[in-house]
Unconditional design. Sequence first.
Length: 462
Amino acid sequence: MTAFLALVFILLIAFAGSLMESASIQSAKNHRRADMDRAMESVFAEYQKDLLEEYELFALEGSYESGSYREENVFDRLSYYGAADMDHTMARLQLLTDDGGAPFLSQVSQWVRYRYGLDRLEGLLGTAQAWETQDEGIRDYQEQEQEGSRELSSLLEEQEQSLPSEDNPLETVERLKSSPLLSLVMPGDRQVSGKSIPLAEQPSGRALQQGYGSFDDVAEQGEASRLALGVYLMEHFSSAVPRETAEGQPALPGDAGESGSGLDYQLEYVIGGQASDAENLEETVRRLLLVRMVSNFAYIQTDTAKRAEAAAMAATLCTLMAVPAIVEAVTQALLFAWSFGESIVDLRALLKGSRVPLVKDSGSWQLQLSGLLTLGDGEEWNEGKDTEGGMHYEEYLQMLLFLTGTDEAAVRSLDLIEQHMRLERGMEWFRIDHCITKLEIDSRCSLRRGITYSFSTYFGYR
């Protein structure tokens, strides 16, 4: 009996000892995990504050102001904050530029929802549908214009005739179309910025540091949205004609000889993606011209008085050719030309800071058909008018930004952010592809008596 009780007692002691050992090991694990959690949160608390202040973006700058990205930089900071005596390896890593700027777009969407609420985006949905209709209309317009031009040329060849060059608006418009667009629309008292950047050195043009590993198991806090990106860009980037221009403030920031401080026409860069302010403004104005031509042509087709005026001028141009088909083709060509001339005046008004309605009516139409003959000559300058209820230049830019591919717009936005941080903030070491947004680290530590513990720790900005 005594031996049996002794055995039972030994078993109880062994069981209690194993429980105490297990609890001790688990406590040690909890302490090491707590050390790592605390260290990880402390490391990510060292987010790049200038990036947050300027662009509302959370990111850990992985080079730690050295310009040289190294994962060991993060491990060193983890050790500093109490996660020493562990072996760390990166399991997953996400940078702000990964996947065409998807982490950037996610933070942008979240910021817009936080700043303005869903109502702001929902309120733009109807407008966005109108913008998409405009984009589809551009293709249809170009096809119609080309088809009309071919038909007129074919009819004239069949009759072995040509239109007179004197007092012919079609000749004037053809000449204007081959002229530099900015020379036709830029107000004379404005100077286009001469700034430029080397595209090959921008994030969109160079090989980038890449993250690795999928974070599909981590729910994103904001869905990438073209509308959200447009709202964000309008809030954080400048344009050639800021809204204040309409109130008499200066427009077109910068001067033509200055360089080395990034681009002035930032929204235009997102749209155009060219190296210089002048090229981006030219490309943006060219796209605006197409938008205005589509809208103006759609209206003029419904204005019987203007169609009759165009038909009368066509009959005058075709006096020697009594062919109804040619007269009709010339009438249509004049309507296209008139829409082009009206659009040139619209662009002048927008660049001056005036408002232009997306859809015209007889009261907002600005150019007479006879005005085509002198449009663009040295003496003429119809600067358009400010139409109440119309859209400002930057509102038209928001349309173009929406129609620009999301990936292109995101990457070019990151170009601008890096430019600003390096050139304006003096942070020459800054690289946007060194900015960490999510991280998972596998850690391995020794507890005691050869017992090791491996675990993973995740942190990501939301």
